[in-house]
Design a binder for this molecule. Structure first.
Ligand code: ATP
Ligand code: ZN
Ligand code: MG
Length: 308
């Protein structure tokens, strides 16, 4: 399939999902409502993740889908992914500026001139609020920390691909500790991720991957990330078999976040971090793709895994 065919397949699958009522269009690419059936699948998969990971004693944290702007600025996100970031702005003008805003709105012109940055930005990945939060607690305990998060995330990547949304949910486990603890965690979840998705009878492949670092310097960061095998993705065909969709990802950040926020292990070293991320919408879309739009008709074994 060439790019034109891949786009056509993406558009076709999106249209099918919309026609079936699973996704509710809003007029913006990548921004959808979800039906009750879609949400139930997301909830059942979320519960499945807990079944596989819940016994490890992770500490649950739930943040709103926005991040303290200061944390965001400190995180280096703007160095690597300025093109994906979403910042929250609000009207900051006086009454005169308000009249101008209304006039421009009326005339269909740009009205955003007096919008000013607030203290919050959209969360780009569910784990971002965790590192500065853990850092504030001081040095890690001997065993390090294991955190469980779930959040809507925003990325400015409008697409006709229904699997590439601008707002989507990510469940994550985050390991913070010594390099050994963190590498062991990632190995464990690579195996668990494979087992979990195989139990849902999904065709899958795990492969080395890279993040879409911005610009010319970004190309070097991407290839170094690949060479060091810092990121793996669990891929499932959703709109194309040649370009399968990353449904889970396994990321080793080395001491990147530990260094930025000065997170220390019990013995004083700079903490390493890793996370496993589950793309809730992508997993749901993969299930609908391979087992059909009506969960009542899914294979009995898959229904048993999800509904017990
Ligand atoms: P891709 O390579 O497809 O852009 P990614 O590498 O950006 O994916 P991560 O940053 O690792 O993905 O995010 C963790 C998980 O969140 C992914 O494994 C995926 O399941 C999900 N995800 C990422 N971007 C999107 C998106 N735009 N829409 C829906 N789910 C997404
Ligand atoms: Zn993460
Ligand atoms: Mg991406």
């Amino acid at each position: 399939m060439n790019m034109v065919d891949i786009r056509a397949a993406q558009a076709a699958y999106r249209d099918e999902l919309v026609a079936a009522g699973l996704l509710i269009p809003t007029g913006v690419d990548g921004l959808y409502g979800r039906s009750g059936v879609f949400e139930e699948v997301v909830e059942r998969f979320d519960a499945l993740v807990t079944r596989w990971g819940g016994a490890d004693g992770a500490e649950a944290m739930r943040f709103p889908p926005a991040l303290n702007r200061q944390y965001f600025e400190e995180s280096d996100y703007l160095k690597s992914f300025p093109h994906l970031a979403g910042t929250i702005h609000s009207f900051g003008g006086d009454e005169k500026a308000h009249r101008t805003l209304l006039r421009r709105l009326e005339e269909g012109q740009d009205w955003t001139e007096d919008q000013v940055a607030t203290d919050v930005v959209m969360t780009p990945a569910a784990c971002y609020p965790v590192y500065p939060t853990v850092a504030r607690r001081g040095a890690l305990p001997d065993g390090g920390r294991l955190i469980d998060v779930f959040s809507y995330c925003f990325r400015h990547e409008p697409s006709i691909d229904p699997a590439r949304m601008q707002m989507f949910r990510m469940r994550e486990y985050i390991r913070i500790g010594t390099p050994e603890q963190v590498v062991e965690f990632r190995e464990l979840w690579l195996e668990r991720g494979r087992g979990m998705m195989a139990s849902l009878e999904m065709p899958l492949d795990i492969d080395v991957a890279n993040d879409p670092f911005f610009g010319r310097a970004g190309a070097m960061l991407s290839s170094s990330q690949r060479e060091q095998k810092l990121k793996f993705e669990l891929l499932i065909p959703v709109t194309s078999t040649e370009q399968p969709t990353a449904c889970l990802s396994f990321n080793y950040h080395q001491d990147h976040f530990g260094h930025i926020w000065d997170i220390r292990t019990a013995d004083g070293g700079v903490a390493h971090t890793a996370c496993v991320g589950f793309g809730m919408e992508r997993v749901a879309l993969a299930l609908f793709r391979h087992h059909g739009f009506d969960p009542a008709g899914w294979p009995a074994a898959v229904r048993k895994v999800l509904w017990g």
